[in-house]
Write a protein that binds this ligand. Structure first.
Ligand SMILES: Nc1ncnc2c1ncn2[C@@H]1O[C@H](COP(=O)(O)OP(=O)(O)OP(=O)(O)O)[C@@H](O)[C@H]1O
Length: 249
């Protein structure tokens, strides 16, 4: 298999246990280069835990995770970051008193020693996600939608090959969601692979090339979004118990 067509990430039999709870249970999944893969499922299905195992810092009880053919199972987040994996968190983690630019610079400096280089990285990351205009405004004065973009820019400042986006649309209006979908859609053409956890159906349908459904920590099904979403077992496992955020429909 050529490097181009081989998966960027291979998850094999990944299992994560918290005490007696198997938060991720024997999950195997390939993530192809340049795709946007949606990870969906009801609350508590194991989506964020799977992200944690991939982004580093959440140890596997069993199984393996390979990135570019390297076994990275159980590695720390800092190691994964330098291997090209960046993530955002459900709860935006920004320094409120700092500007957008300063927040992104903090992330950029972890990857670039020279301040000129870090400034360049930060500006490029903000530009990629369409947020250069208000970059000098303190974060405390920005909308949630803007803060989500800054959170993504912080991830992009690492120049990742794999970006994990955790529920970016939570709390956004329909218009803000549409705008962020457009911004995210343009990213993979610049050599980026994206995995995203999302509850909003509109996002999943219009943004993802493929979907993987988790339920009780296990992979229920993966494949084309239209096919996956039409399955009765998916509707029952996920849509039947969704939280109402899919009201964007
Ligand atoms: N640090 C932890 N300690 C103990 N149990 C945990 C921990 N993190 C997650 N869990 C448990 O693991 C399971 C999977 O949780 P996880 O947060 O990964 O699900 P999720 O699909 O991301 O849910 P949500 O959509 O609500 O964010 C749940 O039963 C949760 O209570």
């Amino acid at each position: 298999m050529s490097a181009v067509s081989s998966p960027l990430l291979q998850v094999r039999g990944a299992t994560v246990a918290f005490g007696g709870v198997l938060a991720v249970n024997d999950v195997s999944l390939d993530v192809m280069r340049g795709e946007i893969l949606g990870i969906v499922g009801p609350n508590g299905a194991g989506k964020s835990t799977l992200f944690g195992a991939i982004a580093g810092g959440v140890p596997l009880k069993s199984g393996t995770i390979e990135l570019n053919g390297e076994d990275v199972s159980g590695r720390r987040a800092s190691y994964m970051s330098h291997r090209g994996v960046a993530r955002t968190f459900q709860k935006v983690r920004l320094f409120a008193s700092m500007t957008a630019e300063e927040n992104v610079l903090v992330a950029a400096r972890a990857h670039e020693r020279s301040s000129a280089g870090a400034n360049e990285r930060a500006a490029e990351a903000l530009d990629r996600i369409g947020f250069l205009a208000n970059r000098r405004v303190p974060v405390s004065g920005l909308s949630l939608a803007d803060r989500k973009r800054i959170e993504i820019a912080r991830g992009l400042a690492a120049k990742p090959t794999l970006l994990l986006l955790d529920e970016m649309m939570n709390g956004l209006t329909v218009e803000e969601t549409d705008a962020l979908i457009e911004a995210i859609r343009s990213l993979p053409s610049e050599g980026l692979t994206i995995m995203l956890v999302e509850h909003v159906l509109q996002v999943v349908r219009s943004l993802c090339d493929r979907l993987a459904v988790l339920h009780h920590g296990q992979l229920l099904v993966e494949g084309d979004p239209a096919h996956v979403l039409s399955r009765p077992d998916v509707a029952e496992a996920w849509l039947g118990r969704a939280t109402g955020q899919e009201g964007h429909e």
